[in-house]
Ligand binder design. Sequence first.
Ligand SMILES: [Ca+2]
Ligand SMILES: [Ca+2]
Length: 125
Amino acid sequence: MQRKLSLSLALAAMTLATAVTTSGTASAGEVELQACATLYEHSYYAGRRIDFCSSDDNFANNGWGGSGSVDDKVSSVSNNTARTIILWEHNTYRGGNTQLVGFSSRNTLSGSNVGNDRASSILVF
Ligand SMILES: [Ca+2]
Ligand SMILES: [Ca+2]
């Protein structure tokens, strides 16, 4: 009886350890996958998208996965990082700007300081 109980406890501990390990790995993967800010062509995270994992001072040479510049086309944004991001109306971080703290989003840039279809650079820090 005593021995059987010990075995059950050992199995339970192993199961728990496996669960912890699995969830730990999943969390790490999740963070890695989401460690960028995603900019969307349209409001409500629709249309084409582009990820920025670090600052970029000029969107003129950034395309939506190949075709068309994202410059002056961004309409919504999701900051999937723990860092703060700032979108700027002009290149080299000038003009109107809109800040998003870590893990926040805006379903439209209409009415924001940077404005709809105006973002031209992004700071990630
Ligand atoms: Ca747009
Ligand atoms: Ca602009």
